[in-house]
Design a protein around this ligand. Structure first.
Ligand code: 13P
Length: 238
């Protein structure tokens, strides 16, 4: 089974999300479909017959006094199963630190939910890519238990929203590097997704990557018909 995780980011209005939710029931997949809408729309996604629900973020501490944040306990009460953590937009635009990411992973695991840990290098860091990725994994994984639940999403920052993707050979090599590293150091078999400009134009090419466990999809996932194409093309791979 593979994972097809839609990350809506900060998109779609109330009317648009209502239309979107109406169409989800027409999607059929033997893979795990996950939707991560803006958190204000999580209550619209409660009919989880053919999909699971994910959140784009969670607070780095338990429920209580923290204006504007959303606690893991609140997400859990809305049947959220997956939580994206460490997305490069939060790391770089909102200055989210490695310590915060580590805390978030801890809270997600403690609540028996699945962290989708995003890691990735900037364009100017490509030559140092392996170190960057290993450091991001180590900071998130330090002092954690039950790490076997974690999903890692390799999202090269230069590929997000740009239409550029690494070659299939590069993705194969990096995915294997991540899996081998995590297995050796943490004794777990980690699932690794690819994210960054996944589209109906490159999905055939991406599906050639033998060791990838699925995709984390931004822009393309906002259009149900495009998402349907991706889901169907992945069905051919099952
Ligand atoms: P795009 O698919 O829009 O490039 O976004 C990828 C991403 O950041 C998913 O988390």
């Amino acid at each position: 089974m593979k994972w097809i995780i839609s990350n809506h980011k900060m998109n779609l209005t109330k009317k648009e999300i209502e239309n979107y939710v109406d169409q989800i029931s027409t999607l059929k997949s033997s893979n795990e479909l996950v939707f991560c809408p803006s958190s204000i729309y999580l209550p619209y996604f409660q009919n989880q017959v053919n999909y699971s629900l994910g959140a784009q973020n969670v607070a780095d501490r338990n429920m209580g006094a923290l204006t504007g944040e959303i606690a893991i306990q609140q997400l859990k009460s809305l049947n959220v199963k997956y939580v994206i953590v460490g997305h490069s937009e939060r790391r770089n635009i909102l200055n989210e630190t490695e310590e915060m990411i580590n805390q978030k992973v801890k809270l997600i695991l403690e609540n028996a939910m699945v962290p989708v840990l995003c890691i990735g290098e900037k364009e100017e860091e490509i030559n140092d890519r392996e170190n960057i990725l290993m450091n991001e994994i180590d900071s998130a994984f330090t002092n954690q238990v039950n790490l076997d639940q974690v999903i890692i999403a390799y999202e090269p920052i230069w590929a997000i929203g740009t239409g550029k993707i690494p070659t299939t050979e590069e993705i194969t090599t990096i995915t294997q590097m991540i899996k081998d590293y995590v297995h050796k150091k943490y004794q777990i078999f980690c699932r690794v997704l690819y994210g960054g400009s996944v589209s109906i134009n490159n999905i055939d090419e991406l599906n050639q990557v033998p060791n990838i466990d699925g995709y984390l999809i931004g822009g393309t996932s906002l259009d149900i018909e495009k998402l349907r194409v991706i889901i169907e093309k992945m069905e051919e791979e099952v």
